[in-house]
Design a protein around this ligand. Structure first.
Ligand code: UDP
Ligand code: MG
Length: 316
């Protein structure tokens, strides 16, 4: 394995009590086998099943394990962001806590980084989940692939390896962790994919139902839009607003002429359209201006917010 200075493994945990001990038992030997210094950061996303006790115990027994506990359940995205901030390695590996991701695959992810990728995403080629998860997931990935132009089969695989510069460069608001490869690619990072062994869930239950795909599709619209116009929202809103405004003004001028020629225009539907276009046009234009203002102050505060959610850090 190439000379990594240090590897950080980040594991988001929400109510996975019965998997944690076993996961550590699989993960630690794999990491030791790689030969580079490493840390394992369990981010406890406000677990309520007593898993925090198991984690504290793990941290006490293993020097390489750290536990970051969030004050409440903020969601996987927040857990990842908190873990990323705590990570001290030059490579960050993320995997789910539920034993579905097989730690034995980590060397293969790292090998892909060695070959020059900045971000390597696992691909659950044979996915061991019920059909009501795999089906919508396939649709989601298909749509996302087309919309984003990022050629991955499995965007939202929790099993990934990152060079630290990717982690530091990404701001992942809300549930946008599903689109990390898309965001990374749009920031110019090289994104690769490696098929990984995926196992069925044995303990606990999935935290997500069907509604995740609806949210995911809405997020996809946001992502495609944000990717294109984040740094220039005025080009979208302003352009569209101006277009509608001018159309409205054109209609109004036309109606004014008609009126001056002596015809009544009070009952014409076109009058309503003209007024509407002017109003909506001005609104869009103003939204563009406001977006530009917000854009200038946005990026930093998202990260600060994530940091403020950490309740405590237990050193192993
Ligand atoms: N997770 C989390 N916070 C949440 C929901 C989930 O940290 O609010 C973690 C969870 O413990 C697991 C990973 O995110 O390690 C993936 O969750 P899950 O296995 O439920 O998703 P699925 O595999 O069903 O897509
Ligand atoms: Mg799972």
């Amino acid at each position: 394995m190439a000379g990594w200075r240090m590897l950080s493994v980040v594991v988001p945990v929400f109510d996975e009590r019965d998997s944690l001990e076993e996961l550590a038992g699989e993960l630690l030997p794999v990491m030791q086998g790689i030969g580079a210094p490493f840390e394992v950061i369990f981010v406890d996303d406000g677990s309520r099943d007593g898993g925090d006790v198991v984690l504290a115990d793990l941290a006490r027994r293993h020097e390489s394990i750290r536990v970051v506990r969030l004050r409440s359940n903020f969601g996987k995205g927040a857990a990842l962001t908190a873990g990323f901030r705590e990570a001290r390695g030059d490579v960050v590996i993320t995997l789910d806590a539920d034993l579905q991701d097989d730690p034995a695959e980590i060397p293969r992810l790292l090998a892909a980084l060695d070959e020059g990728a900045d971000l390597v995403s696992g691909w659950k080629q044979k996915r061991n989940d019920p059909w009501n998860k795999t089906m919508p997931s396939r649709v989601f990935n298909g749509v996302a692939r087309r919309a984003s132009g990022v050629d991955l089969h499995d965007l939202n695989c929790g099993f990934k390896a990152y060079r630290i510069d990717v982690v530091r460069a990404l701001a992942i608001p809300g549930e946008m962790y599903r689109f990390i490869p898309v965001i990374a690619a749009s920031e110019g990072f090289r994104v690769a994919e490696v098929p990984v062994n995926h196992r069925a869930r044995r303990h606990g239950s999935s935290k997500y139902g069907f509604e995740r795909y609806l949210r995911g599709l809405l997020d996809l619209i946001t992502i495609s839009f944000v990717g294109r116009y984040r740094h220039r929202p005025m080009h979208f809103f302003g352009g569209l607003g101006l277009l509608l405004f001018l159309a409205g003004v054109g209609i109004s001028i036309y109606l004014t002429i008609v009126k001056l020629l002596g015809e009544a225009i009070g009952g014409r539907p076109l009058l309503i359209l003209g007024v509407l276009l002017i109003v909506v046009g001005i609104q869009l234009f103003t939204i563009g201006l406001v977006s530009e203002l917000i854009q200038r102050g946005r990026l930093r505060s998202e990260e600060d917010e994530a940091a403020s959610r950490i309740e405590r850090v237990i050193e192993g």
